[in-house]
Design a protein around this ligand. Sequence first.
Ligand SMILES: [Zn+2]
Length: 107
Amino acid sequence: MGNRGLRDIGWAPTIGKMLDDGVLVYACCSRCGCQKAVNLINLIEVKGRNYSLFNRRNKPCKMLPGCPGYNYFATNRWGGIITPFRDSATGLKWQSEPHTQKSAGQA
Ligand SMILES: [Zn+2]
């Protein structure tokens, strides 16, 4: 209470810990606004409990075909507010990137 700006800096649990703690995780898109709940149990089967989604993203967007955005992860950790799961330096870096388009993929 009263320290919303501070949150818990350095909080970057593995997906195993998130499952134990009941943290909900969402994949979100930087462009199209799609948001989808991540099934941690399925993800742990693929990646293992020690995998972390912190400061991680996928390019390009997997939720809307042809979307040039990237998918990042967010959690409901702070009072039910969906908050990006990354540190602020990484957030700034991603947001300041030029929107380059690779010629490899089809539109
Ligand atoms: Zn998208």
